[in-house]
Ligand binder design. Structure first.
Ligand code: ATP
Ligand code: MG
Length: 266
């Protein structure tokens, strides 16, 4: 694969590289020299780079280095293709001026989604939620909900749950994919949805979110404001990161060693 890059064989590189799992692509990417990475930017689209960045687990300085290697327009397009929560994480590592710059050249809808996530305080539900969820209405049929699901599935962070909202976008129910698939086409959502929805508040501590997720064993939890408006969802893979962060944090405290890479204020 590296050879294909050295030999400037774009198609050959793409053929091999895109077969890898995104995690493996991300691993390959961070192991390369700046020169090789630059060739990768030439050979990959912003959407393909977005997949890599969605899987990166790196420090602040590294984001800065990688982004500075790319053309600003390419960065903006890549950020727009990332899940909004991950894109907001990346932007939170940059200077305000740079952030403003990227958001201006980005398409409006993506910029709005990401911007909405930038304001949430660190370690809260809001800071780890994403806005790509599937919302349906109580007064529609299973058939029409299926159509929405099909249309939005590619964009959604998870298709496992469909959240039912009213006209004011307040959360009124939830339905699992399995429940949708096993219902008759003509059935109304209101008749099959669960109306006792477990949710978390946007200001709630991420540790509480993790606990709720574990207790209820859901694969995702909806995030609402004080008026029960649906703002986003938190999926279990984001919670795995929280749990391992907190575990390192607690372990460091226990061992009496200074906490080097975790800046969680107790
Ligand atoms: P599976 O067999 O894959 O587990 P499932 O339909 O049982 O499919 P679960 O994830 O186990 O899906 O969800 C269990 C139940 O909880 C489902 O009825 C689902 O609609 C409901 N549910 C999902 N999220 C919430 C939530 N936030 N609050 C309340 N109920 C929820
Ligand atoms: Mg189940």
């Amino acid at each position: 694969m590296l050879q294909a890059l050295y030999d400037e064989k774009m198609e050959e590189f793409r053929r091999q590289f895109l077969k890898l799992h995104p995690y493996e692509r991300a691993k390959f990417y961070v192991e390369q020299s700046p020169e090789v990475r630059k060739r990768m930017y030439e050979y990959l689209s912003p959407a393909e780079m977005a997949e890599i960045f969605d899987h990166l687990d790196i420090e602040e300085d590294e984001y800065k280095i990688y982004l500075s290697e790319m053309d600003p327009l390419f960065v903006a397009q890549m950020l727009a293709h990332m899940y909004a929560d991950n894109a907001a994480d990346v932007l939170n590592e940059l200077d305000k001026k740079e952030v403003a710059n990227y958001l201006t050249i980005m398409d409006d809808e993506a910029a709005k989604d990401i911007q909405g996530l930038l304001h949430y305080k660190e370690y809260t539900a809001g800071s780890i939620m994403t806005t790509e969820y599937i919302a349906i209405h109580a007064n529609q049929t299973v058939r029409s909900a299926m159509q929405i699901l099909k249309k939005e599935a590619a964009q959604a962070e998870t298709i496992y749950y469909l959240y039912v909202v009213n006209e004011q976008r307040q959360l009124v129910g939830v339905l699992s994919l399995r429940e949708l698939l096993t219902s008759d086409d003509d059935e109304m959502i209101v008749d099959i949805m669960n109306d006792r929805v477990v949710s978390v508040f946007v200001d709630e501590d991420q540790e509480d979110v993790a606990r709720k997720m574990q207790n209820y064993n859901f694969l995702a939890l909806p995030v609402v404001d004080a008026n029960n408006h649906l703002l986003g969802i938190i999926t279990v893979d984001d919670i795995v990161d929280v749990i391992s962060e907190e575990a390192t944090d607690d372990y460091s405290k226990l061992a009496g060693v200074p906490d080097v890479d975790i800046q969680h204020n107790p």
